[in-house]
Design a protein around this ligand. Structure first.
Ligand code: PMP
Length: 317
């Protein structure tokens, strides 16, 4: 669907996957005016398909659109477009336990603009792709490195919104980490170089006894929907969850660390390397009991194996 700066989107249509035509001077190509989202559809054992909190993705895109000077689809338009796209591609949703259908909504400044300014036209599109489980064995520990020469976000920047440019800025840090054999990078805040922020595509949690803490959302961290959901699930299981500044020193005596995100769901962290020192979390072969428990609770909800008292899932027939 397309619209002008007024945000009045045209009716959407289902098209075969393929290239889209853009002017070489499209706002997105020259000035990075683009936002995206990511969500997954899971197949239930009865053959129907479940979405997880799609309205949260719609709200996050709407909130980010102001920072990027773009009009956004309404929550209703967004959720309806996701549903229509998934229904049209239902055969691509893998069987239960064999992965999910990844859904990628994209909002871009598609109009031509030569001088630096918001584009005169916008395109909202959604594409989908089947994906396997993020880890072959379902749940396996990842090894992170804190690369403190790289920062993901600065106060006043765009770290808190899901804009395409944020991911361009992590490519080099991520490649450097992978070349050294790590799974991904854990970023520290750009001002003090001391407080945990997040990983390239997921949020981070630190467990100590019955307390679980995670960096507070203050504009430089993406407000993850999995993060928000895990906070509620953990509280319902009796954990004390704190959203606050989490110092890098707290990693030293933590019991467990895990990451959350649509792609990784809940991923236990097996080790974190910082300034050449490696801290290991190797209880239960690196899959801590809290991470395991929260992973199981969340995936049971997302796959429709458990009751959904919060009403987070949306069933498509
Ligand atoms: N942080 C970043 C930078 C991300 O790209 C993502 C993935 N959207 C997340 C955190 C986790 O967010 P969510 O749980 O909504 O997928």
């Amino acid at each position: 669907a397309k619209c002008g700066p007024d945000g009045n989107f045209s009716k959407g249509e289902i098209l075969p996957f393929g290239p889209i035509a853009l002017s070489p001077s499209a706002g997105v190509l020259n000035y990075g005016q683009g936002l995206f989202e990511g969500l997954k559809a899971y197949r239930k054992t009865d053959g129907s398909v479940l979405l997880f909190r799609p309205e949260e993705n719609a709200v996050r895109m709407k909130n980010g659109s102001d920072r990027m000077c773009m009009p956004a689809p309404t929550v209703e338009q967004f959720v309806d477009a996701v549903k229509q796209t998934v229904l049209a591609n239902k055969r691509w949703v893998p069987p239960t336990g064999k992965g999910s259908l990844y859904i990628r909504p994209l909002l871009i400044g598609s109009g031509a603009i030569l001088g630096l300014a918001p584009a005169p036209e916008y395109t909202f599109l959604i594409y989908v792709s089947p994906v396997g489980n993020y880890f072959k064995e379902g749940l396996a520990p990842i090894n992170l490195i804190i690369e403190d020469n790289f920062h993901r976000a600065a106060p006043g920047g765009t770290g808190g919104v899901k804009t395409i440019g944020n991911y361009a800025s992590v490519l080099k840090a991520q490649r450097t980490a992978k070349e050294k054999g790590y799974s991904d990078v854990l970023y520290l805040d750009a001002v003090h170089n001391k407080y945990l922020e997040e990983v390239s595509s997921c949020n981070i949690f630190v467990v100590k006894g019955n307390a679980i803490c995670t960096p507070a959302i203050e504009g430089t961290i993406l407000p993850g929907i999995t993060r928000k959901s895990i906070i509620e699930v953990a509280e319902s299981k009796g954990y004390k969850v704190e959203e606050r500044h989490v110092s890098v020193d707290e990693l030293l005596d933590a019991d467990e660390v895990f990451c959350t995100g649509t792609a990784v769901v809940v991923s236990p962290v097996g080790s974190i390397t910082y300034k050449g020192k490696r801290v290991k979390y190797d209880g239960n072969q690196g899959v801590g009991v809290v991470s395991q428990q929260l992973y199981t609770s969340l995936t049971s909800l997302q796959m429709g194996h458990a009751e959904d008292p919060m009403g987070w899932t949306v069933q498509l027939n």
